[in-house]
Structure formats: C-alpha cells, structure tokens
Design a protein around this ligand. Structure first.
Ligand code: NAD
Ligand code: UDP
Ligand code: UDP
Length: 320
C-alpha cells in the first residue's frame, strides 16, 4: 500500500472474537494496527498469527484507564459480549462501555481520529417492533441482569452522539446483531458455541426455555466487512446502523441444524430461560444496503460448517 494511504488503526478488544478478525483484515489492507486488549475474554491465541507482522502491535491495557497513543481510526470493540461474561462482573461491564467510551472519545478528540463504536442489537432490548429498524428506541429493563450491558451500550451511543454534537467529531455507530464463527470461545456461553461444542461432545443440547425465541446470526467475515465499510463512509454519516443477517431462526431450529450438520446424536434438553431473554430479534438492514451497499453473503449453513470445523480442530488439540 502507498505510504500516504496507510492508516494507524487502533482496535480496542482486538484480541477478541470479532476484533482479531478485524485486525487481520486491516493488516491485509496494508494498515498499521494497534490492538489494545486486557485479555478478559480475548486471547493471545486469536492474534498469534498476526504478531510477526511488523505493522501489528499489541498492548495489554484496560480501556477504563486513559490511553495516550496516536491513531487515524479507532474501532472501539472492547467489552465482553456473551451474557455469561458480561454478567460475571456487571459493574466492570458498565465501566468498560461508559468510561471506556469516554476515554476513546477523548483520544479521538485529541488526535482527530474517526471513531467507530461496536454497539449492539441489545439496545432494542426485548423488542415490540419486528424486524428492528434504527429508529426504534427499544424496550430495555434498566434494572435487570442484562442492563449492565444493554444500558451501558445505550449510554455509550449517547456519548458518541454528544461528543459529535459538542466537538463535531467523525463518529460511526454500528448496532451489531448476533455474530458467530471461528474464534468464538468454547466456554463463552453463547448459543452457537454452546450447541456446537455440546453436539461434538455428544452432550445434551441445552435449550433455554421453549426454544421458540428467535435470533438472526451473521457470519463474522460479513460483520467485519460491514464494520470496515461503515468506517469508510463520509464524515456526515454517523449511523446508528444495523449490521446483521436478516435470516431469522428459532433456537430450537438452530439446535436441529447443528445436530444435522455435525451428525451428532445429542438429545435436546430444556432448561429454565434466562431472565429478560429477548423473544425475537431480526435486523432491518435497508439502511446498510442503501448507505454501505453491504449485505451478508454467507448463509447460515455455510457459516456453521466453518464454525464446526474450527471447533473440531480445537477438540483435536484438546481445547474443546
Ligand atoms: P469478545 O468477548 O470476544 O471480545 C471482546 C474483547 O474485549 C476481548 O478481547 C476482551 O478481552 C476485550 N476487553 C474486555 N474488556 C476490556 C477492557 N476493559 N479493556 C480492554 N479490552 C477489553 O466479544 P466479541 O464477540 O468479539 O464482541 C466484540 C464487540 O462487538 C463487543 O463490544 C460486543 O459488545 C460487540 N457485539 C458483539 C456481538 C456478537 O454477537 N459477537 C453482538 C453485538 C455486539
Ligand atoms: N483521554 C485519553 N486519551 C487521550 C485523550 C483523552 O484516554 O488521548 C481520556 C482522558 O483521560 C479524559 C477522557 O479521555 O478523561 C475524556 O477526554 P475529554 O478531552 O473529552 O475530556 P477532559 O479531558 O476534558 O475530561
Ligand atoms: N441459548 C440457549 N442455550 C444455550 C445458550 C443460549 O437456548 O446454551 C439461547 C438464549 O436463551 C437466547 C439465545 O439462545 O435466547 C441466544 O443467546 P446468546 O447468549 O448467544 O445471545 P443473546 O441472548 O445475547 O442474543
């Protein structure tokens, strides 16, 4: 890449599931990448192949603390994403989202960097509007066990828009819907990783509640492409913008599909549903289609195939 086009890109949460894939793609495009991570849910394994690249640098740092580095672009992904992990230390989750956003926005303000926030479909809570469009304000329980994540991500969005209003900064807010693929942690607690690992181990597949709740799953490469496309938009485009795959599936059907694709004999067992579990979720992605020319390209079956291969390899190494 021409030196003048090369950017210094800061990726917080860069050792995580989505972040590590994003770092890899940015390096492929010829950019310099600074990965900042405290390794709470991320791992060195995720970025092992990137470390030898002279354009890649990693810093162990908790973004609730100030950080003084130089950057042209910032992708703010640091935050545990699985309910099991974000509910482990809920106060820290709120701090990562809120204090972390303030610090990264402060950094963007000082350096003039563009900054993109990895927000979430959880800002819609348990939605009464289906599919969800960006102008829907959501239905979130502010005092429930998911609030540390949902409300903190909502507050982070507020901070992004207030920094823009007060300081005219180039911000981008992506509302990410359920994303899956290689590098999910086997004990992460999310539905795709749980079901695939259970199916490969021949263990019962744990359906929380009836299993007729729905989600829409986006393959990680599609998501990373969407985030990079969003970063490239003009300064006057801020979002919030939904990124996700509109192919909706019930949890029960997902379990059946994973059993089929793994050839597993695992039985299905029903367990109590988690509190405030959203009943349905599907993105309306018309804005992403119109503004970014983006839409997912990997169907669920193909994405699951790659994810299952990843977990088979982990199992072969005794890691799942
Ligand atoms: P992940 O847990 O794999 O990655 C999060 C990364 O952030 C990890 O590497 C973790 O160690 C790091 N981190 C956590 N706290 C930190 C701190 N205080 N300072 C520095 N680093 C810290 O999760 P993911 O699935 O890759 O999600 C990435 C981002 O996308 C998150 O912000 C998440 O909220 C958002 N998101 C993800 C999904 C999804 O389905 N994967 C859906 C909606 C939103
Ligand atoms: N900050 C940071 N890195 C920077 C600039 C700022 O971590 O390069 C932090 C700083 O600690 C501050 C926060 O970002 O608390 C918000 O910065 P801002 O300039 O908005 O606020 P102020 O410094 O006026 O409190
Ligand atoms: N789920 C399930 N069994 C599991 C893990 C999750 O039935 O072993 C359900 C969960 O109750 C939710 C859906 O799958 O309805 C998605 O859960 P996940 O934690 O992956 O994501 P989120 O709820 O944050 O969308």
């Amino acid at each position: 890449m021409q030196y003048s086009l090369r950017k210094k890109v800061l990726v917080t949460g860069g050792a995580g599931f989505v972040g590590s894939r994003l770092c890899e793609r940015l390096l492929q495009e010829g950019h310099e990448v600074l990965c900042v991570d405290n390794f709470f849910t991320g791992s060195r394994d995720n970025i092992r192949d990137l470390v030898p690249n002279p354009l890649f640098e990693v810093v162990r740092h908790d973004i609730t603390q100030p950080l003084y580095v130089e950057a042209d672009e910032i992708y703010n992904l640091a935050c545990p994403a699985s309910p099991v992990h974000y509910q482990f230390d809920p106060v820290q989750t709120t701090k990562v989202c809120v204090h972390g956003a303030i610090n990264m926005l402060g950094l963007a303000k000082r350096t003039g960097a563009r900054i993109l926030q990895a927000s979430t479909s959880e800002v819609y809570g348990d939605p009464e509007v289906h599919p969800q469009k960006e102008d829907y304000w959501g239905r979130v329980n502010p005092v429930g066990p998911r609030a540390c994540y949902d409300e903190a991500k909502r507050c982070a969005e507020t901070l992004f828009f207030d920094y823009r209003r007060q300081h005219t900064m180039p911000i981008k807010v992506a509302r990410i819907f359920n994303t899956y693929g290689p590098r999910m942690q086997p004990r992460d607690g999310r539905v795709v990783s749980n079901f695939v690992v259970q199916a490969l181990q021949g263990q019962p597949i744990t359906i929380y509640g009836s299993g007729d709740q729905t989600r829409s799953f986006c393959y990680v490469d599609d998501m990373v492409q969407g985030l990079m496309d969003l970063m490239k938009t003009d300064d006057d485009f801020t979002g919030p913008i939904n990124l996700g795959n509109p192919q909706e599936v019930s949890v029960l059907d997902l379990a059946r599909q994973i059993i089929r694709q793994t050839g597993s004999n695992s039985p299905l067992v029903h367990e109590d549903p988690p509190e405030d579990d959203p009943r349905q979720r599907r993105p309306d992605i018309s804005l992403a289609r119109d503004e970014l020319g983006w839409q997912p390209t990997v169907p669920l079956e193909a994405g699951l195939e790659r994810t299952i291969s990843w977990f088979r390899e982990l199992r072969a190494r005794g890691l799942a």
